[in-house]
Design a protein around this ligand. Structure first.
Ligand code: ZN
Length: 339
């Protein structure tokens, strides 16, 4: 079982950072938080781990990209009716289908847990192979969440993308989170939900947080929030650009990720990272992923981001970004977000 959780991709207040650090440490120690006891033989049904305690008040099935998504609502007040919440889930699943060509698991459960007196998407967590369900996402949704907040949400897409990669050992948690951090905005541009300029601006702002700091011992050995989410995303961005450089922009990270998912590399399977990367490389006819992992795993490997943005034709100011179509890698930038 693998847990992936994020509070905010862009800004993490200090008080949440400590919660994340604690929960990450408990996951890495092979344990679960004390609220979520290990399933044992014979406990009451409500004690069988995440998603088993909540009283379910409504259930429906969404069929998306060849998969059946079981959407459960736990007890608790929500201002919005179900009919206004389901399109948010469907939109996120559609973006995953656009990016991967299909939904990565055949069956998944999405549990919506209302959070009293709050507004917005409070937290998302995704597990693989939970009580017979290949993918299971639990989202805590504020009681007073608005349609506008659902329209702007990235959490649901981020969580569902977790289903499209195998569960990895704790040292490579950065790959699970980095992948979702990198793919989520791209998938939403490809699905027509976001503008490319918006997500490149966010990447220009966010990617520096993934750079190695003093004393960094490589991405497999540095389990800070920045290196886990943004360091992993930086790995994906650099790999995407290098695959496209080496294949004359005919293949990208998306082709590698589709191949990994097609080979059965979904969240309900535990794999070594190298197995996934080898399948990804085979699909692009390169050795980019394996070579890059060998370099990054135990070495800091800083990235010259100002040069990368300039090569991609991205210039950022406080008003947003503008694109230069004659930059050397402009066609690669365009291909990354093209459907
Ligand atoms: Zn995540």
């Amino acid at each position: 079982m693998k847990q992936s959780s994020v509070y905010s991709r862009w800004i993490l207040p200090a008080f949440l950072l400590s919660i994340t650090a604690v929960s990450l440490a408990s996951v890495m120690a092979g344990g679960q938080s004390s609220r979520l006891p290990e399933p044992q033989s014979g406990p009451p049904r409500w004690d069988r781990g995440p998603g088993s305690r909540e009283q379910i008040v409504s259930t429906q099935t969404l069929n998306v990209g060849g998969a059946a998504l079981q959407i459960d609502f736990a007890a608790g007040a929500l201002d919005l009716p179900t009919a206004q919440i389901l399109p948010w889930i469907e939109r996120a699943a559609d973006a995953v289908v656009v990016y991967y060509g299909r939904f990565p698991v055949q069956r998944a459960r999405i549990l919506i847990v209302p959070s009293a007196n709050r507004s917005g998407i409070m937290q998302g967590t995704t597990w693989g192979d939970m009580r017979g369900m290949p993918g299971f996402t639990r989202i805590r949704l504020g009681q007073h969440t608005t349609v506008q907040e659902l329209a702007e949400d990235w959490t649901m897409t981020h969580e569902l993308i977790h289903m499209a990669f195998p569960s990895l050992p704790d040292e490579q948690h950065w790959m699970e989170e980095g992948l979702s951090t990198y793919v989520e905005p791209i998938a939403r541009v490809q699905a027509g939900e976001l503008q490319a300029k918006q997500i490149w601006r966010d990447m220009v702002e966010g990617m520096p947080k993934g750079e190695p700091g003093p004393g960094d011992a490589g991405i497999d050995n540095t389990h800070t929030w920045g290196r886990t989410y943004w360091g992993g995303a930086l790995f994906c961005l650099v790999a995407d650009v290098n695959i496209r450089k080496q294949t004359g922009n005919k293949k990208g990270l998306q082709d590698a990720l589709r191949a990994i998912a097609a080979a059965g590399g979904s969240i309900d399977h535990d794999w070594a990272l190298m197995k996934a990367l080898e399948i990804g490389d085979k699909a692009t006819g390169t050795t980019v992923l394996v070579d890059q992992y060998k370099q990054w795993s135990n070495n800091p490997m800083p990235v010259d981001l100002p040069k990368l943005w300039a090569d991609l034709g991205i210039s950022a100011s406080k008003d947003g970004v503008s694109f230069k179509s004659n930059a050397p890698l402009a066609s690669i930038r365009e291909a990354i977000t093209r459907r």
